[in-house]
Design a protein around this ligand. Sequence first.
Ligand code: NAD
Length: 451
Amino acid sequence: MTTHLVLNPATAQPVTEVRLTTLDEADAAIERAHDAFPAWRAVAPGERAMLLRHFATVVDDHIEELAELEVRNAGHTWGNARWEAGNVRDCLNYYSAAPERMFGRQIPVAGGVDLTFHEPLGVVGVIVPWNFPMPIAGWGFAPALAAGNCVVLKPAELTPLTAIRLGELALEAGLPEGVLTVLPGKGSVVGERFVTHPLVRKVCFTGSTEVGKKIMAGCADQVKRVTLELGGKSANVVFADADLKAAAATAPYAVFDNAGQDCCARSRILVERTAYDEFLSLLEPAVIGLRVLDPTDEASEMGPLISAQQRASVLGYLDDAKVAFAGSAPGGDGFWVPPTVVLSDDPAERVWREEVFGPVVAVMPFDDEADAVALANDTEYGLSGSIYTRDLGRGLRVARAVEAGNLSVNSHSSVRYWTPFGGYKQSGLGRELGPDAPNAFTEEKNVFIAH
Ligand code: NAD
């Protein structure tokens, strides 16, 4: 197969056909990126900064166009899609400050002067999943480019359209040819080539834990640098002293945003037993009230799943689950699943343990703080989580005790480009975003000069 037929997930109708990059074409693109590297790393810091800011401006000029592509290609709501395109702009602006601030250190030593430098790696391969095609691409390419690397980027087969457009906009903004190359293609062809090609010096992978493990094993062969952002099964821990109304009103957005296809989805809700019934009675109207509509409708708060396969996989979790209540979803040929709340009383249940990656949340009661922490940590994942309580001491204590990379107290936010993002345990390796991200795309070099 040399092309991929892109479907609109809300209607299952074809959008366009995209040609898939072959192995030879991937090799040629990696070599072109390698050839472009010496000139790109030599661009003066202020000039590289300016080019990234210009790229950000060009993206900003195309927010509506990029958002519209994502509404059609990924079934994202207009609100999400505009935020996602804006996030690419914001990341570029944020990391445009980095080239002029790639500071090394001068370290006191005997007999001379010691200096450290952050040297770019060369060609970096960024592999992107289908759930947040624009932001995840930007979290990779913006800091990597800022640090002086060239980037080859592979979008997911299902969602290549915005990445292709971003590649064109980079050229329009004046980035030299070969500095950012978008290669739509198969994971088993283009993605694997990033892992095996010796000129690719780092792989920045976001996707499933299963594929992430293969990438890590493949990278070991060349001791290739790797960042992994993988799956999650995050807990939303609600204590009885919390503002229950607020906690219940926001809980649906913490798991049903992007139809639950979010690595940070709080897909397990743990509720202190004394507040369990009241919380569920408050959660029900919040879930029923969620506006699950065709994403072309500006009022839509939740769209369809990405594919028929994803829909079947999500529905499979409901076969043996105890459904408490569910919201609505449009009919038709699109890949719709209504937001669904299930009750769990055994942490061994599949729906409690596995990443559903759809609009399904499992609720379970707990007895005390220690029980809550033990249940929250009883998972191979550790990406994010929330704690709802009016006792901020407890909020901080539980946030410190939960083994996950991104915790929020009385909030569900996980990803801010100003702060580090990444997972504990099998949710990942390394961190993206935040002030240190460009350093993750460099080698720290130490130079000693004798007196
Ligand atoms: P996936 O692992 O199937 O695919 C991710 C990307 O890897 C795609 O571009 C795919 O083409 C590519 N790929 C597949 N096989 C490959 C191989 N053998 N070698 C190289 N590349 C290969 O994941 P998905 O289904 O697209 O995305 C959903 C998953 O991503 C979920 O598990 C979700 O939790 C995870 N995710 C994690 C984060 C995070 O930051 N932690 C963010 C978003 C998504």
